[in-house]
Design a binder for this molecule. Structure first.
Ligand code: GDP
Length: 430
């Protein structure tokens, strides 16, 4: 994932500080300088980084700390809290309510992933029981309606748009009216983007917003935008009442820090991140678990949520036990594979565990190469017996080898018991 490098650099800076025999002013300064450098290299806005450094120094006043205080922990906690502060505007965004009509308008530059994100957002809510609908008020880009139509049809979500009408305001109003009549509770309006921030774009956005009176305006931003992010986000915020941000393409190689600065520019929270081109490559964004994962501290609550989504509660202890035993066989793989795969892209799931950085499982690693686990005749026998291609058996063995390696790392991993989970959440929220 994007930002993995940033997380690694900050973790290393904290680790180095922790390793020092005595925590003095110099050690603290070195640590903060390393963190500052890492954040700036990731395109986080300069002012935010400088404020963060000042705040940490203010909180961690080494002279005032009595000898008994655990300075390492205090510094770590301060870094964690300050990173959270950069990402948390302090007020939640509007959340649509099931059964009550909400209009959500999407804005952003062309190519940011706005249209794709509209469908992801609709699909996400549809899976959770909402009745969403999509309105294509993008009359600027040729093919925008076709794209939305195609995505919506795939996800079985009602849509509205026109090939003939060139007035986006008219389409937006008609679409919203139509879906209100049809009792849709989440009406999503996709607006035009431009290559650049232009007066015409902002004027059109303002008109669509005035006509449809959205409950929430979501600003979609490409994570690769870099230092320009802050100004871009601010320009959008000044034209329409942006209430939330979605950062896309977090699966790419962009530094990502710039887009996160958008939170400060719009004073609106990031609510989701896009992690791929597919409809379900879309994650809820929560500040504390995110920072926790970023620093390699794991996100147990996210992991448990994912498991809970696919495995009934009463089967959980058994699954967790198997994960922690490290005694991984082909049979266990067979039994668990379907369940685990249902949990979403596997690298995404593992990045939630402490010590499992995203860099451990880059996407390319999921491709099979040449396994040498079994000899040729055995592979041929298995393929014949199972009525499968030899290539498929080889791929399965490769997958097994890869998973066995991961599973072996989980051996002895302490899995929080049910009661401990709430204590953990309390700690994270403290
Ligand atoms: P729009 O012009 O802002 O409406 O952008 P589109 O929705 O057409 O997206 C532009 C391109 O970005 C398309 O090729 C999308 O598939 C791709 N895209 C959108 N979101 C993501 C994402 O989260 N990850 C990746 N890798 N690609 C994305």
């Amino acid at each position: 994932m994007v930002l993995a490098e940033l997380g690694g650099s900050i973790s290393r800076a904290l680790q180095q500080m922790s390793n020092a025999t005595v925590i003095d002013e110099k050690v603290l300064n070195d640590c903060l300088n390393d963190i500052t450098r890492a954040l700036l290299q990731s395109d986080v806005q300069f002012k935010l980084v400088r404020d963060m450094q000042t705040n940490i120094k203010h909180i961690v006043n080494l002279d005032d700390l009595a000898a008994g205080h655990n300075k390492r922990r205090i510094i770590q906690q301060a870094v964690f809290n300050e990173l959270c502060k950069i990402l948390d505007p302090g007020k939640p965004s509007f959340t649509p309510k099931k059964g009550k009509t909400s209009v959500v308008m999407f804005v952003g530059l062309q190519g940011s992933g706005k249209t794709t994100t509209c469908t992801k957002y609709a699909y996400y809510h549809q899976k959770k029981g909402w009745k969403p609908a999509l309105v294509c008020a993008d009359t600027f880009r040729a093919g925008a309606f076709d794209q939305l139509k195609q995505n919506a049809t795939k996800a079985k979500i009602p849509f509205y748009g026109s090939y003939m009408e060139s007035d986006p305001v008219k389409i937006a109003v008609e679409g919203v009216e139509r879906f209100k009549e049809e009792n849709c509770d989440l009406i999503i309006v996709d607006t035009s983007g431009r290559h650049k921030q232009e007066t015409a774009l902002f004027e059109e956005m303002r008109q669509v917003s005035e006509a449809t009176k959205p409950d929430l305006v979501i600003f979609v931003m490409d994570s690769s935008i870099g230092q320009a992010a802050f100004d871009q986000a601010q320009a959008f915020k000044q034209s329409v009442a942006v209430g939330a941000v979605i950062v896309t393409k977090m699966d790419g190689h962009a530094k990502g820090g710039g887009a996160l600065s958008a939170v400060a520019a719009t004073k609106s929270p990031v609510i989701f991140i896009g992690t791929g081109e597919h409809m379900d490559e879309f994650e809820v964004f929560d500040v504390k678990p995110f920072v926790s994962r970023l620093l390699g501290m794991g996100d147990w609550s996210g992991f448990m949520d994912k498991i809970q989504e696919v495995v009934p509660m009463d089967q959980q202890p058994e699954l967790l036990q198997k994960l922690s035993e490290g005694n991984f066989t082909l049979r266990i793989m067979y039994e668990q594979f379907q369940k685990i795969l249902k949990m979403g892209p596997i690298s995404q799931v593992f990045s939630m565990l402490p010590g499992f950085g995203a860099e451990l499982m880059p996407k390319g690693q999921l491709d099979s190469s040449n396994p040498k686990l079994m000899n040729e005749s055995r592979i041929m026998r298995i393929a014949r017996g199972a009525g499968r291609q030899i290539r498929e058996v080889m791929e399965m063995m490769e997958e097994y080898k890869r998973l066995a390696k991961i599973w072996s790392k989980m051996k002895g991993l302490k899995i929080p018991k049910k009661g401990e989970m709430s204590a953990l959440s309390r700690n994270m929220n403290a």
